[in-house]
Design a protein around this ligand. Sequence first.
Ligand SMILES: Cc1cc2nc3c(=O)[nH]c(=O)nc-3n(C[C@H](O)[C@H](O)[C@H](O)COP(=O)(O)OP(=O)(O)OC[C@H]3O[C@@H](n4cnc5c(N)ncnc54)[C@H](O)[C@@H]3O)c2cc1C
Length: 421
Amino acid sequence: MSPQGNAPFIVGKPLRPLDAADGSAVPTRATQPASADVVIMGAGVIGLSVAWRLAAAGLAVAVFERGEAGCGASLAATGMLAAATELEPGGADLLALALESQRLWPRFRDELEGEAGFDIDYRAEGTLTVALGRDEVDRLRFRHELQARHRLATRWLDGAAARALEPALRPSVAAGIFCAEDHQVDPRRLVPALRRAAVARGARILEHLSVQALDIAGGRIGGVVTDQGLCRAPTVVIATGAWAGNRDVLGDALAVPVRPLKGQALALRATVRTGVPAHVVWTEQVHLAPKADERLLVGATVEECGFDPAVTAGAVFALLDGARRALPSIEDMEIEAVWTGFRPTSDDDAPILGTTGIAGLVLATGHHRNGILLAPASAQAIHDLVTAGDMTGAATRFGLERFASINPRPEERSHAAQHQW
Ligand SMILES: Cc1cc2nc3c(=O)[nH]c(=O)nc-3n(C[C@H](O)[C@H](O)[C@H](O)COP(=O)(O)OP(=O)(O)OC[C@H]3O[C@@H](n4cnc5c(N)ncnc54)[C@H](O)[C@@H]3O)c2cc1C
């Protein structure tokens, strides 16, 4: 497992949140507290959202992040909140969680922007998925029929209607689906907003401080171990994204079926002449997400290659080719950044939320392509679990127990205490 494996790149430099300094300063490491009510491992969008919610509930929260907040998948994301557009066959449970989170998003946004003091570029124009030629129409229609079977209020458009919605699209566009509820945010604003809001609520974000091991005794979590020693906590939340299955940290205590799924993406800078689309646009090859600062994000490859951080020529070529096939005007846009990120992907592509066989040890990981979308519902679920002892709603279908064949192991099960909060 590469220690640099979590670094997305701006042509070689780490991707940074929009409010960050230039990165030349030597990172400072805080001194960890001796104890906390809740320790959260990982300051991605999931760990930070959970931290914010739990700190707001009055708990003493310490977040351990081995790099800087967001440096894993979260700052690499495009920021789409695409419950309908992302629907796949067999995805009914995930759709329920996604729709629940989508409904939570406007209030989550309002509270977050209020507490952070700046906006996160939440845009509610909706998402347009297009067939770029006649040969793609049947597959697009299949998608629309699937959405209709799930009673999603998405709209079928013929080519002329799709082009009327996005006039800059190539004239060959033959059909489209408009998902009016699939919105977006800017992760480079979201991450610093969550960080600031969590800190304002009293959470301690300890960056450049890696969790090296879990402290487990008698089937119960006692805290986490770093190079500063033990931080005691009766509750520990593993929100380490694609690194959640890291054996070096988990030891033999737990098997978490999460692996990295590499994604490369890039940012183009539009000019007055080129303009940007008004909506998020999906094609079979790429998605295009316009941001308030005239950037157009183009994403994303899906690659099974472990923690390989390389930005490759093939990926850049495929992204640019896919973008140009939809939107010829990208030819005149400047390439601003290219980066990689590692989606935390479980064996069934769905998140893992809730208890483990070790009392007090909680999982909030495996969010795959949808961690930004699912952040409000995931944070709510873990908040409910930690403060009230139980999760409610769609999150209850995403426990670790669905991977019972690998976890917990029989010899550990006998030691596992009942879940107590
Ligand atoms: C190219 C790309 C595009 C995407 N687009 C979208 C999108 O449009 N919409 C959407 O909803 N989702 C999208 N995703 C998915 C989304 O980014 C992830 O699901 C989400 O960011 C996961 O958040 P996380 O907090 O679980 O993980 P991460 O953001 O990876 O955070 C985990 C953190 O844990 C830290 N960590 C790991 N090990 C340790 C340790 N031992 N001690 C301390 N800290 C540790 C890491 O440094 C990291 O910062 C995209 C992903 C990629 C790669």
